[in-house]
Write a new protein. Structure first.
Lengths: 255, 329
């Protein structure tokens, strides 16, 4: 039984293989490219999943002081937070590159040790900084060269309005300093420049299968640099500054 | 012939070949697995209210309880043409055997038709009628400890099930095969766990945190404190023993508290208290406090009213765009 099934599989494979060879041998390359394009499903959306070492510039107002006297450095040692973000784009223009409106939602956190209020020594209690960046974005991807000449690199630029709810915990509760609760929302703008690499060239057949079965036209990996200024509105000296300049890395799916 | 086909295939379409080979391995594997699977009943006995629990641990307060168990058969049962084997259910104070013993307590048998077609049902077990609680003496004349008595002891009963069946092979009935159910355990436990050992303590802001070790019987650790004006200890927190630490808050900073732990097991037996220690919660500052002490002027809350402006502008632009679309249409 097992032997006959194996032989049947081998025969089926050879038939399929022969069909494939005949197709590629009989048709010129441009016809195949044309057929591939015709087979491609329409693409209107782009989904990005990304991670970043994200260091908010909370110590920026205190740069004149020594590192050990800056609050973020004192509690968190100056290390970055881990930021995860999910972005969904809707492409409304697709002629010379594509233009999209997008929204994104992220979450970043960092934990350090609280300090004894008297001795200012670190104690066995954690204090956490939590940030939820929410962005409304306009995205331009220069994918014209990729579509026309199959160059797998797509540079892109984004502009974003950013809303950033944040909160600080001491132990398990929101920290209260005097009468002020350690929570709030900041607003600002961000600019992004990035470069994505289309992965379809690794296995074009698999990429086509991914499109025909799930509807994902192209898959990318990308790296992008972000500069966000969160202290533009109503700035105060020594204000809470969640601005940053950071890189993000991730996976993108165009569908 | 087969080899040359495979060779040509590998040369011309390596990726396609890889996919088909994977598919073939899967198919061949599935067939082999199906051939090796015995079509025998798989019987389990669980609680009706939580099928994932196979043990019920109880204490002296539960001696008059009745618990409802569910038997279920997840695989095929042979045809009744080879006899009509009922599913036998019983409780025993020892290990489950093929058949109930003379001192075991039997429950009503499940007819094979029910067993093979409906495949699940329920029955009740009275704690007070479990073999070692129903009888007062052992087979050799010794005295049994009673449920709810003053003695501290642990006793495990098992609820067993079994069926003996034969498969119709098409030319007659095969050899009868015995199939046992996974037993359900009823554990009577009036023995408290040993007291926890405090291995570390940390004074926190309006709170204390203790690290501990406990014995394997312990499921929960209780944290008790006594303030300078308290007459006795008060339990302020409890935590799972697997956490190895428990934190209690709601205390006052700079006040000296006596702190101790107790262990509790699944049956609710509580241990003697641990060694007591003295702790004084301290005022701590987190990042927001450090920020404030450094001179930060953040007021918290949605402080930047101007930050709403871009949202308002966006809403205004959106409204205008919609109006324009309406005009154009």
């Amino acid at each position: 039984m097992k032997t006959s099934l194996t032989i049947a599989c081998a025969l089926f494979a050879s038939v399929a293989s022969a069909q494939g060879l005949e197709l590629s041998g009989a048709n010129p390359a441009f016809e195949i490219a044309g057929a591939k394009k015709a087979l491609e499903s329409p693409r209107t959306m782009f989904l990005e999943v990304k991670l970043s070492p994200f260091t908010p510039l909370l110590d920026r107002p205190f740069l004149s002081r020594e590192e050990a006297q800056r609050p973020y450095y004192t509690v968190y040692g100056g290390g970055p937070m881990l930021l995860g973000e999910l972005e969904v784009d809707y492409q409304f223009f697709q002629k010379f590159g594509s233009l999209a409106g997008a929204v994104s939602l992220g979450y970043a956190e960092k934990y350090g040790r609280s300090l004894d209020a008297v001795t200012m020594q670190r104690v066995e209690q954690s204090t956490g900084l939590h940030i939820v960046p929410i962005k409304a974005l306009l995205v331009y991807r220069f994918d014209w060269a990729k579509q026309k000449f199959h160059i797998p690199l797509v540079p892109y630029a984004k502009g974003a309005f950013v809303m950033m709810p944040w909160w600080v915990t001491n132990g398990s509760k929101i920290e209260i300093d005097g009468t002020e609760r350690g929570e709030g929302v900041k607003f600002g703008f961000a600019g992004v420049l990035g470069l994505s690499l289309e992965l379809d060239f690794i296995d074009q057949r698999l990429a086509r299968d991914f499109d025909s079965s799930v509807g994902v036209n192209h898959t990318y990996i990308f790296a992008e640099g972000t500069i966000q200024e969160m202290n533009l509105f109503d700035p105060v000296p020594f204000g809470w500054d969640l601005s940053s300049a950071h890189f993000m890395f991730g996976l993108g799916f165009e569908f | 012939m087969g080899l040359s086909v495979a060779f040509n295939l590998l040369k011309s379409e390596p990726l396609m070949t890889l996919r088909l080979a994977t598919l073939c391995s899967f198919l061949v594997g599935s067939v082999a697995l199906a051939q090796n699977t015995t079509l025998s009943p798989q019987i389990s006995i669980t609680r009706v209210d939580d099928p994932n629990i196979d043990t019920y641990t109880f204490g002296a307060a539960n001696c008059n309880d009745t618990i409802t168990l569910r038997w279920s058969n997840t695989l095929l049962i042979p045809t009744t043409a080879c006899g009509a084997p009922p599913l036998k259910l019983w409780s025993t104070s020892g290990e489950c055997q093929k058949e109930p013993g003379t001192s075991d307590v039997r429950y009503s048998e499940v007819p094979s038709l029910t067993f093979s077609s409906i495949r699940q049902g329920s029955f009740t077990v009275k704690i007070s009628e479990l073999p070692d609680f129903k009888n007062t003496t052992t087979a050799d004349g010794g005295m049994l400890q009673a449920c709810g008595g003053a003695e501290q002891f642990t006793k495990t009963h098992r609820v067993c099930g079994s069926v003996e069946y034969a498969i119709n092979t098409g030319i007659g009935c095969g050899t009868p095969t015995f199939q046992a159910a996974t037993p359900f355990k009823l554990v009577y436990d009036t023995q408290p766990p040993t007291a926890p050992v405090i291995t570390g303590d940390t004074a926190q802001d309006q709170a204390v945190k203790l690290n501990f070790t406990v014995d394997s019987d312990t499921t929960t650790v209780l944290l008790e404190v006594k303030g300078p004006t308290d007459a006795d200890y008060v339990q302020i927190a409890q935590g799972a023993s697997s956490n190895l630490s428990v934190r209690g808050d709601g205390l006052q900073n700079n006040v000296l508290y006596s702190v101790r732990l107790r262990a509790s097991d699944a049956a609710g037996n509580v241990s003697e208290p641990s060694v007591e220690i003295e702790m004084r919660p301290i005022k701590t500052i987190g990042f927001f406090g450090v920020w404030g002490q450094a001179g930060g002027t953040e007021a918290g809350g949605c402080s930047t009213s101007a930050g709403i402006m871009p949202l308002l502008l966006l809403a205004f632009a959106f409204r205008r765009a919609r109006k324009q679309v309406r005009k154009d249409s």
